[in-house]
Write a protein that binds this ligand. Structure first.
Ligand code: ZN
Length: 165
């Protein structure tokens, strides 16, 4: 009887933990070892930066294809930057042509909340944490509807770095 109860409790606390996680943090799929450590560290760093009002000014710096600022998009969704970030999904990617292209750390499509993180992200973000955090915020801007070319990828990241120190 005691044994059954212990197992039932174990399952329940597990479910409770999963539920709390999905509400409060982005969903992270795949990733193991160093890659997992790197993405979790960068998520923490990005959330910490996004909570800063100076960093949040970056949402007024860019617009979607219809000319709405990303700040307006957030307001329409009724989400703070951190809340929207916590709705993202990060999944490891080793095989697609985007990740095989030299220099790409992560990618998504405008309006798409699934962020694909390339294998080289771990090494780069562990050497330069600020750049790793900015890369995730850059992808968040795409998830909010920002396109690319224009603005150029390095211009987006440079603006995130300028706002989110
Ligand atoms: Zn981009």
């Amino acid at each position: 009887m005691w044994r059954t109860l212990a197992i039932a409790c174990g399952v329940m606390s597990c479910l409770a933990t999963l539920h709390a996680r999905s509400d409060a943090e982005p969903i992270v799929r795949a990733f193991a070892g160093t890659e997992r450590f790197a993405i979790m560290r960068a998520i923490d760093g990005a959330v910490r930066r996004l909570a800063d009002p100076d960093c949040q000014r970056v949402f007024n710096d860019f617009t979607d294809s219809e000319g709405h600022t990303l700040a307006e998009k957030l307001a329409a969704l009724g989400k703070t930057p951190v809340e929207f970030f916590n709705d993202l999904y990060f999944t490891e990617d080793r095989v697609t042509s985007c990740c095989l292209r030299r220099g790409t750390l992560a990618f998504t499509a405008p309006g798409q909340r699934v962020i694909r993180v390339c294998q080289r992200f771990a090494a780069v973000s562990l050497v330069n944490a600020r750049f790793g955090d900015a890369t995730l915020i850059h992808e968040m801007l795409h998830a909010l509807g920002l396109g690319e070319n224009p603005p150029r990828s390095d211009e987006i990241t440079r603006q995130v770095l300028a706002r989110c120190s």
